[in-house]
Design a protein around this ligand. Structure first.
Ligand code: UDP
Length: 489
């Protein structure tokens, strides 16, 4: 009996797995982390999300709703060191960073969260930590509790491979000017960029706060248990293989995670409450023909100069397309609206809608009237466009958006580039109205547009299949759960 008892206690704990998610305080990272926590919980795991006070509303409603449906989800709120890092009161999210100085202080604040993470893990004792790439020290914190740390970058395999190619080969060093194209070495396709489109995180010399963080992120990723990627195999098979086989990374593709949102309620409120009544929006779209409206939105962070917004308005008007244009402007500019050409709204009132603030993006994109998407190529928006089956006009602004653009235009061939040439951390300028007019027409009308739309619809179907039982992402998610179970035992 005593021997049997020993065997029983030595048996691995086969109970429920508990995964803690620690996303960066930025909407483009918090939204997919929430989806991921919900997806894991819907498959029977216990999940806990760690965030800060002012970001808690991004998660709380969904967490409560999921709990009422019987899922095990929780939220742990920690303190954001706003004052300690010298940030203005209330600044806890990356979309509030309007200057390089604030960005630098924000990065400083992130580095101060280590102790609080450790406390939460000490109390929760989870089986795994999924921490954002912006927390390189999370690998060591997880090691203290002997649990695997997974990295979440929130981007595509394609972008991960492109960044690695740039980091290893530094091809931008071999060109004579910032605007001379170079090929990204060792990638499955011939992908060209110019130096101006590459993140300063990679190219800055001597080492700065940003390039140092970038090296720490790479180093921490290599020591982590692996990477979870919000993508699906059929979207970028060459790059999923390249990342694993050539770059030797351990990765699980489990997306598009957003497809775990089935109800209209889940699709409507993502990140923030929409600035418009969703029903008004849908009614307006109901009055339009299928594939006849262009949706224009640039995510949660990208900002444009007054002159660029003015050009955008002129280009949209000249394109003669119907549109919903989402404009986010700081409060100070809102009163005057110098970016709006005189009489614009009156002239386009039957075919265009300027949506000021936060749009119910997933609901809009999935309406059959929407036939095209002008996007900054943030990875969430890109995937949302893919899942909606719409062709895109690509207008990258910063970050990994320039790589995602290449995936859309050069590999998937479901989009047309606007011709954005420069990485701008905070504001963007330089695209002329003619480019906007032409790109909008190119994806909305004519035989080439029809071909692009057909390819986009095929990808939509493949995305749906990937997350269904037996699909590639469903399979890989199971494989991840199995790996976590065997790590525990
Ligand atoms: N989003 C939204 N309404 C808006 C703007 C953005 O719902 O008006 C959502 C969008 O659907 C996506 C996320 O915010 O899920 C933005 O993430 P993305 O990676 O596209 O860009 P980022 O904001 O990180 O630049």
């Amino acid at each position: 009996i005593a021997f049997e008892g020993l065997l029983l206690t030595a048996k691995p704990n086969m109970g429920q797995l508990h995964v803690v998610f620690f996303p960066l305080m930025a909407h483009g990272h918090m939204i997919p982390a929430l989806d991921m926590a919900k997806l894991f919980a819907s498959r029977g795991l216990k999940t806990t999300i760690i965030t800060t006070h002012l970001n808690a509303p991004v998660f709380s409603k969904t967490v409560e709703r999921s709990k009422s449906l019987g899922m095990e989800m929780g939220l742990r709120v920690i303190k954001f060191p706003t004052v300690e890092a010298g940030l203005p009161e209330g600044c806890e999210s990356a979309d509030q960073l309007t200057s390089d100085d604030l960005l630098s202080k924000f990065i400083q604040a992130l580095s101060m969260l280590e102790e609080q993470l450790e406390q939460v893990l000490q109390e929760c004792r989870p089986n795994c930590l999924v921490a954002d790439m912006f927390f390189p020290w999370a690998t060591d914190v997880a090691a203290k509790f002997d649990i695997p740390r997974l990295v979440f970058h929130g981007t595509s395999f394609f972008a991960l491979c492109a960044m690695e190619s740039l980091r290893i080969h530094k091809p931008y060093k071999n060109v004579s000017s910032d605007s001379e194209p170079f090929v990204l070495p060792d990638l499955p396709h011939e992908i060209k960029l110019i130096k101006k489109q590459v993140s300063e995180f990679l190219t800055e010399e001597p080492e700065t706060q940003f390039s140092k963080l970038s090296s720490q992120m790479s180093e921490s990723e290599l020591r982590s248990y692996g990477v979870v990627v919000n993508s699906f195999y059929e979207l970028e098979p060459d790059y999923a293989d390249h990342y694993r086989e050539v770059l030797k990374r351990k990765a699980w593709h489990i997306g598009p995670i957003l497809l775990c949102n089935r109800s209209a309620e889940d699709k409507a409120e993502r990140g923030k409450k929409a600035s418009v009544d969703e029903d008004d929006c849908l009614k307006w779209l109901d009055s339009k023909k299928p594939n006849s409206v262009l949706y224009v939105c640039f995510g949660s962070m990208a900002t444009f100069t007054t002159s660029q917004l003015y050009e955008m308005a002129m280009g949209l008007e000249a394109s003669e397309q119907q549109f919903i244009w989402v404009v986010r402007r700081g409060k100070e500019e809102e009163e005057e609206e110098k970016w709006l050409p005189g009489g614009f709204e009156e002239r386009v009132k039957d075919r265009g809608w300027i949506l000021r603030g936060w749009a119910p993006q997933v609901l809009i994109l999935n309406h059959e009237a929407v036939g095209g998407f002008v996007t900054h190529c943030g990875w969430n928006s890109t995937l949302e466009g893919v899942c909606a089956g719409v062709p895109m006009v690509t207008w990258p602004v910063f970050g990994e958006q320039f790589y995602n653009e290449k995936l859309i235009t050069d590999v998937l061939r479901t989009g047309v580039a606007i011709g954005s040439k420069e990485w701008n951390r905070l504001t963007s300028d330089g695209v002329k109205r003619e480019a906007i007019e032409n790109a909008a027409k190119q994806i909305m009308v004519g035989s080439e547009a029809a071909k692009g739309r057909a390819r986009a619809k095929e990808l939509k179907e493949k995305a749906r299949q990937a997350v269904e039982e037996g699909g590639s992402s469903y399979y890989d998610l199971n494989a991840l759960f199995e790996a976590l179970r065997s790590y525990r035992s």
